[in-house]
Design a protein around this ligand. Structure first.
Ligand code: SF4
Length: 190
C-alpha cells in the first residue's frame, strides 16, 4: 500500500454506542467516510471478550454501508494479564478465526487471506517483522511495534494485518492476491 492514501475507521462497541446515543455525530462520521478522497477506506475491528459475540453483526453492518473497501480484524494484543482478562488465549482465538473465515467465505470483504487464517490458527507466522517500522515521534521508533522487545506479547500477537504482511513477505499467493484486490491496483490499471 506504499504511496497510497489509506484511511481507517475503528468500528466496534463504541461505534454502536455512538450510533444509538449520538446519531447525529455517527451520521457525520459516516458522511465523512463517504466523502473520503479515496475509496481505499478500511474499517478496523478489535475483538475482545466484550464484543466478539457481535463479530457477524459488525461485519454485516459494515458491509451493508458499501463505504468500506475492507474490514481489518485485530485480536486484542496486550500484556498477558490484560489479554487473560479482556481478550482470548491463542487456543480460544481459533474459534473466532473460524467464524471470521466463514464470513470471508460468504463474500464479506474481510482482510483475512487463507494463508494468514491458517498461520494465525496455528500461531506460527514469522514475527516480528523487520520490514515494518513504527515511528511515534522523531526519537521514538520501533521495529514492527512497540512490543517488539516483549516476547510474551509477541508470541501471542493478534494483529491480523501483521500476520498478513508476514504472508506477503513469504510470497503466499492468497495473501498477495488479497493485497492486490484490496489496494485496487488492477482497477487503476484499466
Ligand atoms: S506484538 Fe505483533 S506487531 Fe508487535 S512486534 Fe510483536 S509481532 Fe510485531
Amino acid at each position: 500500500m506504499a504511496g497510497r492514501l489509506v484511511s481507517w475507521m475503528s468500528y466496534g462497541f463504541r461505534t454502536f454506542v455512538l450510533r444509538q446515543r449520538l446519531p447525529y455525530l455517527f451520521g457525520l462520521i459516516m458522511a465523512n467516510v463517504a466523502a473520503a478522497v479515496t475509496r481505499q477506506v478500511f474499517a478496523s475491528v478489535t475483538l475482545t471478550k466484550a464484543n466478539a459475540h457481535h463479530l457477524e453483526r459488525y461485519v454485516e453492518e459494515i458491509g451493508a454501508t458499501g463505504l468500506f473497501r475492507g474490514i481489518a480484524l485485530n485480536l486484542l494484543t496486550h500484556r498477558p494479564e490484560i489479554v487473560a482478562r479482556y481478550g482470548f488465549s491463542v487456543n480460544e482465538r481459533q474459534e473466532l478465526l473460524d467464524r471470521a473465515w466463514a464470513l470471508k467465505r460468504q463474500g464479506y470483504p474481510l482482510m483475512l487471506s487463507a494463508a494468514a487464517y491458517k498461520d494465525l490458527r496455528n500461531n506460527d507466522w514469522k514475527r516480528p517483522l523487520p520490514q515494518i517500522e513504527l515511528g511515534l515521534s522523531p526519537d521514538e521508533r520501533y521495529t514492527c511495534c512497540r512490543d517488539v522487545a516483549n516476547k510474551e506479547v509477541c508470541d501471542a500477537c493478534g494483529y491480523v494485518n501483521c500476520a498478513e504482511v508476514s504472508q506477503i513477505l513469504a510470497l503466499k499467493p492468497s495473501a498477495i492476491w488479497q493485497a492486490v484486490r484490496m489496494t485496487g491496483v488492477l482497477e487503476r490499471g484499466k
